[in-house]
Design a protein around this ligand. Structure first.
Ligand code: UDP
Length: 499
C-alpha cells in the first residue's frame, strides 16, 4: 500500500505509552508494526523505559522494512522521569507489587507526565498526524484535541474485557445484585452471555477511587478518534462488530498480535529485558528446556505486577509437585516469593523436574519452545495473547483489572484454558483466598493430560496460534486493519488540509 500521495511526507504517529512493562512493550511493538508499513513513528517516554525498548527500535530502523526506502525511521523522544522520589531501580515498574510506597509513587507519574506531553505537542503538533496514547493518560484526549490532533486510545487489554467493562460502566449491573460473596452479575448486550461473580469484579462500593478513575478513562476514550487493540478478529468473535456497529458505534482497529509482526522470536523476547539483552540465565533455561520431551513442561509466570503470600507460594510449589509435570517457574526479583524459599516444602523441587527463573524470563521464547505444553498465567492480556500466539493452552489464575474477563474469554468463549478457581478480585498489593495445591495440580493435569478435555483444548490452542500468525500476515485481518487506519489518517490529513 502506498502510504501517501506522491511527494507527501509519510504519516507521522506519536506513541505515548504508560511506563509499566505490560503497557510499554505492546505499544513499542505496535510502533514497530506501523513503521514496517511506512509510517514515521516517535515514541515519547522516560529514560529507563527508553533503554528497555531501544533494542527493538534500533533493530526496526536497521532492518530493510522501516528505514531505507520509505525514509521513515522510528525514534524515541526522552523526557525526564517525573520527580516522585523513586530510585532508578524502581523506575522500570517491576517492583510495584512489593511496595505500596513504590506503587503509589509510580502511579503519580500518570498525572505528572501531562506537562512534558503537552509541551511536546505544542512544539511538534504541526508535524504529527495522530497520537496513540495509553488510555490511562485520560487527559491526553483534551491535549490532543487542543491541537486538532486525533487521539487514538490503547489500553493493552482484550476487546472482550473492554466491552465487558464498558457494559458495567454504562448499565447499573450492581443495583439488582446482592453483595454476597457468591452473587452473580449478568452483563447485558454483549455478543455472548457473560455472567461474573461480583467478588471477581471491580466493585464501586469497595473501590470508589479506582471506579472514578475508570470512568474518567472511559469517558476520554469515548470522546477520542478511536481505539487500537492488540488482538485479532477471530480471537474475539463478534466483538469488532459490537464495537463498531451494533452497540457502541466506535472506531476500533484490531492490529495484533503486535509481537508477531515485530521481528524474530529472539527480537521479541529481548524487548522488555533490561538494556534489551537476554541474561545468561535465560540461555541456561532454554537449554534446560531443550532436554525435555515435547509438551512436557508447564510454564508458570504471573507477569510483572502480581505478588503472592508465602502461604500461597508454598501451595503453588506443592501443586507443581503434585501435578507430576516438569515446570519452569518465574519468580520476579524483589517479590515476596523471591524472598521466601520455594524449595522448602518437602521434596520440592523434584530433581531435574523444575527450573526456577529469578528475574526476567524470555517469556515469548519459552512459550514457543516445543517442550512447553501449558501455561499457568494471571491472564494479563499480553501473556494471554503470547500463549494464544504460541498455541499453548492455559491454566487461568486471574487477580484483578481485566484479568477475570480475559479468563472468561479463554475458558468459556475460546475453550483453550481451565480456571484454577480464583474467586476474589485483589490488587497486586492485597492478599487473596489461598488456592490449594491440589486444585492447582488438578488444573495443570487437565490442561496437559491425555484424558478428558485436554486434547481438545490443545488442538484448539494450536489452531488459534495458526490463526494469530495468519492475522498479521499480508491479507490477514490485522494487517488490513493497520492499512485501514492509515488510509483514514491520510484521508483526514487531506480533508484537514482543505479546510
Ligand atoms: N514478561 C517477560 N518476562 C518476565 C515477565 C514478564 O517477558 O519475566 C513480559 C510478558 O511476556 C508480557 C509482559 O511482560 O509481554 C507482561 O504483561 P502482561 O499483560 O501479561 O502482565 P502485567 O505484567 O501487565 O500484569
Amino acid at each position: 500500500m502506498a502510504p501517501t500521495k506522491d511527494g507527501e511526507p509519510p504519516l507521522h504517529i506519536l506513541f505515548f505509552p504508560f511506563l509499566l512493562p505490560g503497557h510499554l512493550i505492546p505499544m513499542a511493538d505496535m510502533a514497530v508494526l506501523f513503521a514496517a508499513r511506512g509510517v514515521r513513528c516517535t515514541v515519547l517516554t522516560t529514560p529507563v523505559q527508553a533503554s528497555t525498548i531501544r533494542s527493538v527500535v534500533d533493530r526496526a530502523n536497521g532492518s530493510s522494512y522501516s528505514s531505507s526506502a520509505a525514509g521513515t525511521p522510528m525514534s524515541i523522544s526522552v523526557v525526564p522521569f517525573p520527580d516522585v522520589g523513586l530510585p532508578m531501580a524502581a523506575q522500570s515498574g517491576r517492583d510495584l507489587a512489593t511496595s505500596r510506597d513504590y506503587h503509589d509513587r509510580f502511579l503519580q507519574t500518570v498525572e505528572l507526565l501531562r506537562e512534558p506531553f503537552c509541551r511536546f505537542l505544542s512544539d511538534h503538533h504541526a508535524d504529527i498526524d495522530a497520537v496513540v496514547s495509553d488510555s490511562l493518560f485520560h487527559w491526553s484526549a483534551h491535549a490532543a484535541a487542543e491541537h486538532g490532533l486525533p487521539r487514538i486510545a490503547f489500553l493493552a487489554t482484550s476487546m472482550f474485557a473492554r466491552a465487558c467493562t464498558d457494559t458495567v460502566l454504562r448499565s447499573n449491573v450492581f443495583e439488582s445484585c446482592s453483595d454476597d460473596h457468591g452473587a452473580v452479575v449478568s452483563l447485558p448486550g454483549l455478543p455472548h452471555r457473560v455472567e461474573q461473580r461480583r467478588s471477581q469484579m471491580m466493585d464501586p462500593a469497595k473501590r470508589p477511587h479506582e471506579w472514578a478513575m475508570f470512568q474518567l478513562i472511559h469517558a476520554a476514550d469515548r470522546s477520542s478518534y478511536g481505539e487500537l487493540f492488540n488482538s485479532f478478529r477471530v480471537l474475539e468473535p463478534g466483538y469488532a462488530e459490537h464495537y463498531r456497529a451494533t452497540q457502541l458505534r466506535r472506531r476500533a482497529w484490531l492490529v495484533g498480535p503486535v509481537a508477531l509482526a515485530s521481528g524474530s522470536l529472539e527480537d521479541v523476547a529481548s524487548r522488555g529485558a533490561v538494556a534489551g539483552a537476554l541474561s545468561p540465565d535465560a540461555a541456561v533455561c532454554l537449554r534446560w528446556l531443550d532436554a525435555k520431551q515435547a509438551s512436557s513442561v508447564v510454564y508458570v509466570s504471573f507477569g510483572t505486577m502480581t505478588n503472592f503470600s508465602p502461604e500461597q507460594m508454598r501451595e503453588l510449589a506443592r501443586g507443581l509437585d503434585l501435578s507430576g509435570k516438569n515446570f519452569v517457574w518465574v519468580i520476579a526479583k524483589g517479590s515476596t516469593a523471591a524472598s521466601s524459599d520455594p524449595s522448602t516444602p518437602d521434596g520440592f523441587p523434584t530433581a531435574n523436574r523444575g527450573y526456577i527463573v529469578r528475574g526476567w524470563a524470555p517469556q515469548v521464547l519459552i512459550l514457543n519452545h516445543p517442550a512447553v505444553g501449558g501455561f499457568v498465567t494471571h491472564c494479563g492480556w499480553n501473556s494471554t495473547l503470547e500463549a494464544v500466539s504460541a498455541g499453548v493452552p492455559m491454566v487461568t489464575w486471574p487477580r484483578y483489572a481485566d484479568q477475570f474477563y480475559n479468563e472468561k474469554l479463554v475458558v468459556e468463549v475460546l475453550g483453550v484454558g481451565v480456571g484454577v478457581g480464583a474467586e476474589d478480585y485483589a490488587s497486586c498489593l492485597e492478599t487473596h483466598r489461598v488456592i490449594a495445591g491440589e486444585a492447582i495440580a488438578e488444573s495443570i493435569r487437565r490442561v496437559m493430560g491425555e484424558e478428558g478435555d485436554g486434547a481438545a483444548m490443545r488442538k484448539e490452542a494450536k489452531e488459534l496460534g495458526v490463526m494469530a500468525r495468519g492475522a498479521v500476515e499480508k491479507g490477514g485481518s490485522s494487517y488490513d486493519d493497520v492499512g485501514q487506519l492509515m488510509e483514514e489518517l491520510i484521508a483526514r490529513r487531506s480533508s484537514v488540509g482543505c479546510t
